[in-house]
Ligand binder design. Structure first.
Ligand code: GUN
Length: 290
């Protein structure tokens, strides 16, 4: 009978619960000793069903950690000027330490314009070009939550990225690009692959660390994985039967990998945990504590 290798599965649910428990203690300390209650404003525009679920989960996670949440739900036909005015109000509100505008926004609103309007000090998504630039120069202020969470998962394996070959598949501003910069900061040799990459399988075969953020179910095959590699699956693909699956053929990759994240229960739970972490960090910085 086949046996699951000890330590194979990177348990994102467990690690995110640890991060959230640490934050909960920190929030109690900030409230009781410093008179600061970290606050996160979450803005949802329109009726995107997935966005509604994400926003509900973010608000709930805030409450569980003792973080105050301010939810702003605006109708689908909201104008850009109306959203600009709300973001400006939140930028100026001392009770709000983090601002998250859930993407995608309706077509009449320019995403980039809104993201650039959010004060970089309150940009808990880390999507503002200022924060992207800070990460690129190796002196980050607030870092995008999903790759930030992945760095925490990598830490949990005890494997140091330094000198390792890392292959990131996907070049989005939300995951791929910041992921590459974070791995580079930890001295990995990073290759960013995308839809135009030639010989993707060969690139992956050389990787000690693989991060798959493609958005296609079971795209990365088990026989592409190098023996002993760490495999991080960012994919969240819904199959016709409603089941959630990642970008990596989990069964096949598990035979080769030393560590692998499952879907669900791997990267997903970390994103919200790091959002809470960024909010607490932003609150501490606003108060001059760090
Ligand atoms: N839409 C999908 N993922 C995200 C995210 O991490 N942040 C925001 N603001 N919108 C998203």
């Amino acid at each position: 009978m086949e046996r699951v290798k000890t330590g194979l599965i990177i348990d994102g649910k467990k690690i995110s619960a640890e991060v959230r428990a640490e934050l909960k203690n920190e929030v109690v300390y900030l409230i009781e000793n410093k008179g600061i209650t970290p606050g996160l404003a979450v803005v949802l525009v329109g009726e995107n069903p997935a966005s509604k679920v994400y926003v509900r989960n973010k608000t709930k996670a805030c409450e569980e950690a003792g973080i105050r949440s301010f939810q702003h739900t605006l109708p689908e036909e909201t104008t850009e000027a109306e959203l600009v005015s709300l973001v400006e109000k939140l930028n100026n509100s001392p009770e709000v330490h983090g601002i998250l505008v859930q993407l995608p926004l309706p077509a009449q609103i320019d995403d980039e314009k809104i993201l650039e309007l959010i004060s970089p000090k309150k940009d808990v998504d880390g999507f503002h070009p200022y924060n992207m630039g800070r990460l690129m120069v190796g002196n980050p202020l607030l870092q995008p939550c999903t790759p930030f969470g992945i760095m925490r998962l990598l830490e949990s394996t005890g494997i140091d990225p330094s000198g390792k070959e890392a292959v990131v598949i996907g070049r989005s501003n939300i995951v791929g690009k910041p992921m590459a910069m974070m791995l580079l900061r930890r001295n990995a040799t990073v290759t960013i692959c995308h839809s135009k990459t030639k010989d993707l399988a060969e690139k992956v075969r050389s990787a000690d660390i693989v991060v798959a953020a493609i958005g296609r179910a079971n795209f990365v095959k088990g026989d592409w994985i190098k023996e002993g590699a760490v495999v991080i699956d960012v994919g969240m693909n819904k199959l016709p039967d409603g089941k959630l699956t990642g970008d990596v053929d989990f069964e096949g990759a598990s035979l080769k990998a030393s560590h692998i994240t499952p879907v669900p229960g791997g990267v997903g739970p970390m994103t919200i945990a790091m959002l809470l972490k960024n909010t607490v960090e932003a609150a501490k910085k606003a108060a001059g504590l760090i």
